[in-house]
Design a binder for this molecule. Structure first.
Ligand code: GLN
Length: 423
């Protein structure tokens, strides 16, 4: 299709009726679909066809949705542009010379291009919110434990949640309602929030809402982004919200802590790709170590290899305390800072991404630049909180995303505030 949003196109009909009947859904290709290949954007899983559905897919089908395909993504979710996919890049439907964001770039592009009504992505450090912001659609990262991860191929399991992408806040909330709630097959799911009616919170009523603005998440952002952000805050004030500055001193360590934790978990999670159950055929015979090394050399791309190497290093004897344990301390500190800021505000607001969508190819040679673009999204995953990205107009013709962060299981609060941004 036009912007290469899909790795696999298919049609899988859901039940005859339900809240999502007649809706088409695109699914990120790291979410298992029975009988439909699930590649994670990797050569390693190019031929892998799962025998079962992820819980979220089962729930979407039960709600009547029709699956239309599996979407392109950064390999195993590792990236911010969808360019680390083994299947080539996806283009941004708003400007085809730009990236759609990542890692759920195919899902956002499919929705923005009208190739699916709604989509699912996964957000480990911003992968639903970033592409939502770059493509001008809505994306929700739920509270950790609200949505089952059963059937999601793990990248960094302590950080990630599956979340919806949609053209409007209300439609995203409708999908969240269908996929949320406890699951016996994922012991990290909670009952909290399970029965909540998210879509009805999209009523645009922000009279008396208190919005905290963390100064640290504005500093360093592109001034064209900041201009749109400030204008959106003014809109919210005009609708009856109150805004004030808050401080999250620990966020200066968030990107470092995130990458240490994410890479450490990735090095462990990706050890299962050993060439026995998954992976390309190689001509290395007999010697297990050699086969293991060869399959991983051929099956993984550069970004995945970089992260496995760094994660293995961070967890190794002698370095564990220096890196991994420190990163966990930073994570605890961040949670505390968020608790304090949310004690003085109903929701927090920031630009979703500090930058406008990159040109295709621009960031590939500079991983550090790419990692720093995650500055405003990763703190939310480290603190296990819910957040939404909602379009806040355009700068130089390119979409800008406005991020709202809520207290744990406060999805209704961020849905309500985001629906006022849409007005
Ligand atoms: N860009 C971040 C990373 O590369 C986030 C990715 C994600 O949320 N899956 O890790």
């Amino acid at each position: 299709m036009s912007v290469d949003a899909f790795i696999t196109e298919t049609t899988v009909e859901g039940d005859d009726d339900g809240p999502l009947a007649d809706r088409t859904v695109a699914i990120k290709d790291n979410i298992s679909t029975a009988g439909v290949r699930t590649t994670c954007g990797s050569e390693m899983l190019a031929d892998y066809v799962p025998p079962y559905d992820a819980t979220v897919v089962e729930r979407l089908k039960g709600a009547g949705a029709t699956l239309v395909g599996k979407t392109n993504m950064d390999e195993f979710g590792m990236g911010t542009t969808t360019e680390t996919s083994a299947f080539g890049p996806t283009r941004n439907p708003v400007d085809e010379s730009r990236v759609p964001g990542g890692s759920s770039g195919g899902s956002a592009a499919a929705v923005a291009a009208g190739e699916a009504d709604v989509a699912l992505g996964s957000d480990t450090g911003g992968s639903v919110r970033c592409p939502a912001a770059f493509c001008g659609v809505v994306g929700i990262k739920p509270t950790y434990g609200l949505v089952s991860r059963y059937g999601l191929v793990a990248y960094a399991n302590s950080l990630e949640q599956i979340g919806p992408l949609a053209p409007t806040v209300e439609e995203a909330a409708e999908v969240l309602e269908v996929i949320a709630g406890p699951d016996d097959r994922d012991a990290t799911t909670r009952a909290a929030g399970a029965d909540a009616d998210y879509a009805s919170a999209a009523d645009g009523d922000v009279e008396g809402l208190s919005v905290g603005v963390p100064t640290e998440l504005i500093e360093g952002a592109d001034e064209r982004v900041v201009e749109r952000f400030e204008a959106t805050l003014d809109d919210l004030k005009a609708q009856g919200a109150e805004t004030h500055e808050v401080s999250l001193p620990s966020v200066e360590h968030a990107v470092q802590a995130y990458y240490v934790i994410a890479m450490s978990e990735a090095s462990s999670n990706l050890a299962r790709f050993d060439g026995v159950r998954y992976g390309p055929e190689t001509d290395a015979e007999g010697n297990w170590n050699e086969t293991f090394a060869r399959v991983r050399e051929e099956g993984f791309g550069d970004e995945v290899k970089r992260r496995i190497l760094l994660g293995t290093y961070a967890l190794s004897a002698g370095y564990h305390d220096k890196y991994y344990a420190k990163a966990q301390d930073a994570r605890a500190w961040l949670k505390q800072d968020f608790d304090e800021a949310l004690a003085e505000a109903d929701v927090l607001a920031s630009p979703t991404m500090p930058v406008l969508p990159f040109e295709l190819g621009e960031s590939l040679d500079d991983p550090l630049q790419m990692y720093l673009a995650d500055a405003n999204t990763v703190p939310v995953n480290l603190a296990n909180l819910p957040a939404i990205s909602v379009p806040a107009g355009r700068a130089d013709g390119l979409p800008v995303g406005f991020q709202l962060i809520g207290p744990a299981f406060g999805e209704r609060d961020i849905v309500r505030a985001a629906s006022a941004v849409e007005n």
